[in-house]
Design a protein around this ligand. Structure first.
Ligand code: NDP
Length: 488
């Protein structure tokens, strides 16, 4: 009913609901841990619910792995590394990775629906972006498995051994692919922990990996909470930690790994600048701003969450932006019309609301379209704050939700100073008609990725990663492969 009202109010006509079917998916009531090629109960027999954030219903129970379970997973990974995986020819390794990619493609619809149910993202995004990109990462790295001597010419690339990988809740399957595919291609074995609110697609991936015939112990999936992740980080027999998540936890991990021989890559938070010059194609730029901040409800480490608009076009851009966000559909993530799905968890919704209150208190101009949102589930309307001060908390801290701060600028120097004035440095966007200005800014913006006249474009062949408190190391492309080898 709430949805009907929303559709009437916003667009003047009604979209017929277009929900994706869930009849083709299979979910167990309870998931065990995937260790050494087998499904096993957690030692402590503890389980926790995985909740659909759009309905608040429990969709499955997931195992809570403790130190003993992590030990078992690391022992299995070490044995598989020593006895099987490192002895296999690289071409054979590649075949397994290709097979996993193909099997993921075959089950793409099921993966997309479960990703949307477990995490709240719109089905259009999980279907058209998350799942195809995850498959493509496996395809891409499968291709490199037997070509390491070309990837690193005149050098010898050796695997690191057992790698521990900890991933967040915003792109659960995609992050699992970013981590597992290059690790396997380089000849390592893996212990991976998904985030507690979104374990299900990693567990479905474990089913696919099992069906692919990958030797037992090469990939182990242990679910749980922060202490499960900490048990992986502190395990003595792990050679590398790859982490994606918050800067706070990244710092804890960096401290834990300091002084050990473990390699580390950290992909952390961001507060990325999206910069619009007066000569930019404004309508395209508005679409880029929308995609930059509202993609995946703003749960994106590289979200273009700080908008900088050149003063001469600021009124026009803000007017168009307000008009555009009033047509965004907030609601059932499984509906193919939905633009903004559910916030991933109740806790994250509370965090976002806290920042919205801070923004209002700080005196920024607040705008939300007049849109109804469903009565159950965790939803947040698209939110704009204009006239934001550079020092304001909402312009400095990562909100990780559909909240955009808007600032203006007059000159290139001014916007460079403002854009770089952040503890983060993950991504940036520049919108202008002038190629020379793009080149000038891309060399001066302190960000790992800079998009020109577009935003949020990802490809397995291009590296991704940050500066400063956004972390270090790169994922994707050859840089991402290098993070999993020892070069001599
Ligand atoms: P976390 O950084 O806590 O979670 C990321 C992963 O690390 C999860 O698998 C988590 O497990 C695990 N973890 C938590 N504590 C430890 C630890 N001490 N040692 C090892 N692993 C650990 O992110 P949150 O889910 O708490 O989100 C908080 C904020 O972080 C968000 O509001 C957002 O701002 C930011 N964030 C940024 C992301 C990014 O991609 N840059 C991704 C996710 C969050 P578990 O889930 O079980 O706690």
């Amino acid at each position: 009913m709430a949805k009907k009202n929303q559709q009437k109010k916003v667009s003047g006509w009604e979209y017929s609901p277009s929900p994706e079917s869930t009849s083709h998916i299979s979910l167990k009531k309870r998931y065990q841990l995937y260790i050494n090629g087998e499904w096993v109960n957690p030692t402590g027999e503890r389980y926790f619910p995985s909740v659909n954030p759009a309905t608040e219903e429990v969709i499955a129970e997931v195992s809570y792995a403790d130190q003993t379970d992590v030990d078992k997973a690391v022992i299995a990974a070490r044995k598989a590394y020593e006895e099987v995986w490192s002895k296999l020819s690289s071409a054979e390794r590649g075949k397994y990775i290709y097979r996993i990619a193909r099997m993921m493609q075959e089950r793409a619809r099921e993966l997309a629906v479960i990703e949307t149910m477990d995490g709240g993202k719109p089905i259009r995004e999980s279907r058209d972006i998350d799942v195809p990109l995850a498959c493509n990462h496996f395809f891409y790295y499968a291709g490199w498995a037997d070509k390491l001597e070309y990837a690193f010419p005149n050098r010898k690339a050796k695997p690191l051994g057992v790698v521990g990988q900890i991933i967040p809740w915003n792109f659960p399957l995609l992050m699992a692919a970013w981590k597992i595919a290059p690790a396997l291609a380089a000849g390592n074995t893996v212990v991976l922990k998904p985030a507690e609110t979104t374990s299900l697609t990693a567990l479905k991936l474990a089913e696919i990996i099992h069906d692919s015939g990958l030797p037992p112990g090469v990939v182990n999936i242990v679910t749980g909470f922060g202490d499960t992740g900490a048990a992986i980080v502190n395990h003595k027999d792990i050679n590398k930690i790859a982490f994606t998540g918050s800067t706070d936890v990244g710092k804890i991990i960096q401290r834990a790994v300091a002084g050990t021989s473990k390699k580390l890559t950290l992909e952390l938070g961001g507060k990325s600048a999206n910069i619009i010059f007066e000569d930019a194609p404004i309508d395209e730029a508005v679409e880029g701003i929308i995609n930059g901040i509202f993609f995946n409800q703003g749960h994106v480490c590289c979200a273009g969450s700080r908008l900088f608009v050149q003063e001469s076009v600021a009124d026009k851009v803000i007017r168009k932006l307000k008009h555009r966000i009033s047509s965004l559909k907030v609601g059932d993530p499984l509906d193919k019309n939905t633009d903004i799905g559910a916030i991933n968890s109740k806790a994250q919704l509370e965090t976002i609301r806290k920042y919205i209150e801070i923004g209002k208190r700080e005196g920024a101009e607040f705008y939300q379209p007049d849109c109804a949102i469903p009565g159950t589930g965790y939803f947040c309307p698209p939110t704009l704050f204009s006239n934001v001060a550079q020092s304001s908390i909402i312009a400095q801290e990562e909100i990780f939700g559909p909240v955009l701060t808007i600032q203006t600028f007059r000159t290139v120097d001014e916007v460079l100073q403002k854009a770089n004035n952040t503890p983060y440095g993950l991504a940036a966007g520049v919108w202008t008609d002038k190629g020379s200005r793009i080149f000038n800014l891309t060399t001066k913006l302190r960000a790992g990725v800079v998009w020109a006249n577009t935003y949020n474009k990802f490809d397995p062949a291009s590296p991704f990663g940050g500066y400063k408190e956004s972390g270090f190391g790169r994922e994707g492309g050859l840089h991402g492969l290098e993070a999993y080898v020892k070069l001599s």
